[in-house]
Design a protein around this ligand. Structure first.
Ligand code: ATP
Ligand code: MG
Length: 778
């Protein structure tokens, strides 16, 4: 068989057509898993093998760097590494950077221009607003940044915007936009959005440049086309040269092939517009559309669930996506009492699936709606020694906002902690700049005192501007105020105090930036961490006392956990050395948000947190358009699964340290019941308990504080009401305070049965009389 035939073998009819299509623009629209990405890679290979196209003539755009790497891999598998290396397979941003490095000088930028990330550009915007003497309360720099980003995605320059500006807000924004661009330009820098916008300007203003790239890239391909924004769309148009007349143009238009699925458009909040896909035929003359209908990824059960959910969105053309994989296994449903219980269930299942070797960890993915939800999973994975990685995100305790707050807590526990002190010196911004910090450092060195002492003697520091001196004084006054609040407060109260008094939280909540919303969620989660710690702390002492032979719960003196205890526990969990080996054989389980899951596939998928208010996200509940976007996100999540799909929710989930009772996600209700096998269809806690309310309820129900080696479920109270479980070595158990562990040793019988359980590195091994221990076999 020739290599050409090999490339085409195994493609279905429409896929074959798409791969071999030549000439005018081609749009492939199709549901998830129908081989769109596969068609793109095969098309690239086919172009080279059958049509003599050189790799350098191809530009293939993917949505993420990870997707680009995957495509390169697939291509090198088909055609060898050399072909893959000389081809441009990359994201919009990387492609534009490459073009700009060569051409930016034409627009007055140095070829070594700096790229500002979002933190850099936020800082610049702050300077701009200050320079304009804007009141940050009325004109928050963050909101300006977000709006300017939107304008750039729409290719609206500051002059155009200034002409339309009417309100004072808009006028100031226009002014700030102009000044911001000027400062960027002076600094020889571009922000992320500039990368696309400036490239578009370049192609527009310099026809010879556009022609050069059109000559170079005779074939342009775009994956995930539904998530392109206006600027990216225009970039493609300019590059391909749609407007040029094929008969007279020096360089005729390049061949364009885009693939996408309007049902998977999940970036409208970043300016992506389904319009680009819906109006493709109108925008690109002679365009041809090919539909793919066979799904090769999932079982029919998974597909039917996904179809049933997405059908609820209005105004979408009906699709007929089908699979030949057979019905497969039913979807597994699980209603957990709380988020810890949910994590325990997920990890327990993964443990079982991977135990018998039928599934490797790398074949499993756990999805959640918001970054903050990863924390509870991470804790359980770490404690169980199950290797995992977080894709498209940072581990919880490494996130900036968590590290910032931890630095405050460390300074409160140890005022001399220089590293932490310097981290928070100007966070949130309080006018202590790098120069002032340097002077303080020099002063401290000269006087042989600590940085903390130097702060207190700021008056004596030479060459300090009065403004900086005042700023430092305000800072030390703030530290004193915080320190005064520490005695008599619990760790969670201290965390809340720090968040409020420093202004850290309000700065984030006032922001319009979607990233800051995620930061707020992480901080909320951190308050929960502290609350969990407090609850498990006394439980741990009780259990220890019980083991020492003292009377049961209640007899132990109330021990109040201190800030130092809390920090000690955190450093154990946050210590990256403890992370399971990421190179473990069989790979690692992937944890990620639904947004990062786009385009990927896994044999086993856990879709967690299916609660109204979590997913769909709270912010979207009252807005039909946004709810539809959430539903598309659900569709993306469901269709990642190949064989085994789990859907779960928690009846109670903590928010700011208090439980919130969320109803089942509407998306869960939209899955036909016949497709789901409910492993556990109801929680034991269904409504807010009377009496003390929340704290009492959580504690009384065996509070699931496994963040620190505590429990998962709130299924039991400490006093056992059910039969003692019969245990054998190797069993996985769940202890109300110590969490999940594995049985190492069983001796004795009947009421005298004793078990030794290993709870992982944090807690170690513990011995129990099985009859009295608050443990449950998993
Ligand atoms: P998504 O919308 O999620 O991005 P997609 O349409 O890009 O999905 P692919 O990822 O290209 O779909 O394909 C899904 C899976 O089906 C892949 O594992 C792919 O290898 C397989 N597949 C696609 N077409 C065929 C085919 N004709 N024969 C066998 N397997 C196929
Ligand atoms: Mg794809």
């Amino acid at each position: 068989m020739s290599s050409q035939e090999q490339l085409l073998e195994g493609l279905n009819g429409p896929q074959h057509e798409a791969v071999t299509h030549g000439g005018g623009p081609l749009l492939i629209v199709a549901g998830a898993g129908s081989g769109k990405t596969r068609v793109l890679t095969h098309r690239i290979a086919y172009l080279m093998a059958a049509r003599g196209v050189r790799p350098g003539e191809i530009l293939a755009i993917t949505f993420t760097n990870k997707a680009a790497a995957e495509m390169r891999e697939r291509i090198s598998a088909l055609l060898g590494a050399r072909a893959a290396a000389s081809m441009w397979t990359m994201t919009f941003h990387s492609a534009c950077v490459r073009i700009l490095r060569r051409e930016a000088h034409r627009l007055g930028y140095p070829s070594g221009f700096t790229i500002y990330d979002s933190a850099d550009s936020a800082r610049l915007m702050q300077l701009v607003c200050k320079e304009m003497d804007l009141d940050p309360k009325r004109f928050p720099p963050k909101s300006f940044s977000a709006q300017i980003s939107n304008l750039k995605n729409e290719l609206v320059d500051y002059d155009t915007f200034a002409e339309q500006a009417q309100t004072e807000q808009e006028k100031k924004l226009a002014e700030a936009y102009k000044l911001y661009q000027r400062r960027l330009h002076e600094a020889g820098a571009m922000d992320f959005d500039d990368l696309i916008m400036v490239t578009v300007n370049l192609l527009q203003m310099f026809p010879d440049v556009a022609e050069h790239y059109r000559r170079r890239f005779r074939h342009v391909m775009v994956d995930e086309y539904q998530d392109t924004n206006h600027a990216q769309y225009v970039f493609i148009r300019r590059l391909v040269g749609v407007e040029s007349d094929p008969d007279t143009a020096v360089v005729p238009p390049s061949e364009l092939c885009v693939v996408g699925d309007a049902d998977q458009s999940i970036y409208a909040f970043r300016g992506a517009t389904i319009r680009n896909i819906l109006e493709f035929e109108r925008d690109f003359p002679n365009a041809r559309t090919i539909l793919l209908e066979q799904n090769y990824r999932s079982t029919q059960t998974i597909l039917s669930a996904a179809n049933a959910v997405i059908e609820r969105n209005e105004g979408r053309p009906a699709k007929n996506l089908w699979s030949e994989q057979g019905q497969g296994t039913p979807i597994v449903g699980y209603v957990a009492d709380n988020e810890h219980d949910e994590a325990a269930f997920v990890v327990g299942e993964i443990d079982q699936l991977t135990d018998d070797g039928s599934i490797t960890p790398s074949q499993v993915a756990v999805f959640y709606r918001t970054n903050a939800q990863s924390r509870v999973f991470e804790d359980v994975f770490i404690r169980m020694g199950l290797p995992y990685k977080i894709v498209g995100g940072v581990r919880f305790y490494e996130r900036k906002e968590i590290r910032d707050i931890l630095a405050y807590l460390r300074v409160l526990a140890n005022p001399e902690d220089t590293v932490s002190l310097r981290r928070i010196l100007n966070v949130p911004k309080r006018g202590i700049g790098a120069r002032a910090e340097e002077s303080l450092e020099l002063f401290a060195a000269r006087e042989r005192i600590t940085f903390a002492r130097a702060l207190r003697r700021v008056d004596e520091v030479p060459a300090m501007a009065t403004r900086s001196v005042n700023a430092v004084r305000n800072f030390t006054a703030l530290l004193d105020e915080l320190a005064a609040g520490v005695p008599g407060s619990t760790p969670s109260q201290i965390v809340e105090m720090v968040l409020a008094k420093t202004g850290y939280l309000s700065e984030l909540t006032e922001s319009k930036d979607i990233q800051d919303e995620s930061r707020v969620e992480n901080l909320e989660e951190f308050v929960d961490v502290a609350r969990e710690f407090e609850n498990t702390f006394s439980a741990l002492l009780e259990d220890e006392a019980a083991l020492e032979g003292e009377e049961g719960p209640g007899t132990v003196e109330e021990a109040e956990p201190t800030l130092v205890d809390f920090l000690e526990r955190i450093s154990l969990v946050a210590d990256t050395d403890q992370l399971p080996d990421a190179d473990a054989e069989g790979g690692v389980v992937t944890l990620m948000t639904l947004h990062s899951a786009k385009g990927l596939e896994f044999p086993v998928v856990f879709l967690t947190g299916l609660e109204d208010g979590v997913f769909p996200h709270m912010r979207t509940l009252g807005d039909k358009t946004q709810l539809e976007e959430e539903r598309r996100l659900a569709y993306v999540g469901l269709t990642r699964a190949e064989r085994l799909l789990y859907v779960s929710r928690a009846a109670v989930r903590s928010a700011w340290g208090s439980p919130s009772y969320n109803p089942a996600s509407r998306f869960l209700d939209e899955i036909p019941p016949s497709l789901v096998d409910w492993r556990r269809g109801e929680a034991t806690v269904l409504s807010a308990p009377p009496g003390r309310g929340i704290g009492g309820a959580r504690r009384g129900s065996g509070f699931g504080g496994e963040g620190f080696g505590g429990t998962f479920g709130s299924r039991k109270t400490t006093a056992r009401t059910t039969e003692a479980p019969s245990l054998s070595v190797g069993d996985l158990v769940n202890h109300d305070s110590f969490g999940m562990g594995r049985v190492q040793l069983v001796e004795g019988s009947g009421d005298k049965t004793k078990a030794r359980v290993d709870f992982g590195a944090d807690i170690g091994e513990k011995d129990f009389l099985v009859k009295y221990a608050p443990i449950e076999k998993l």
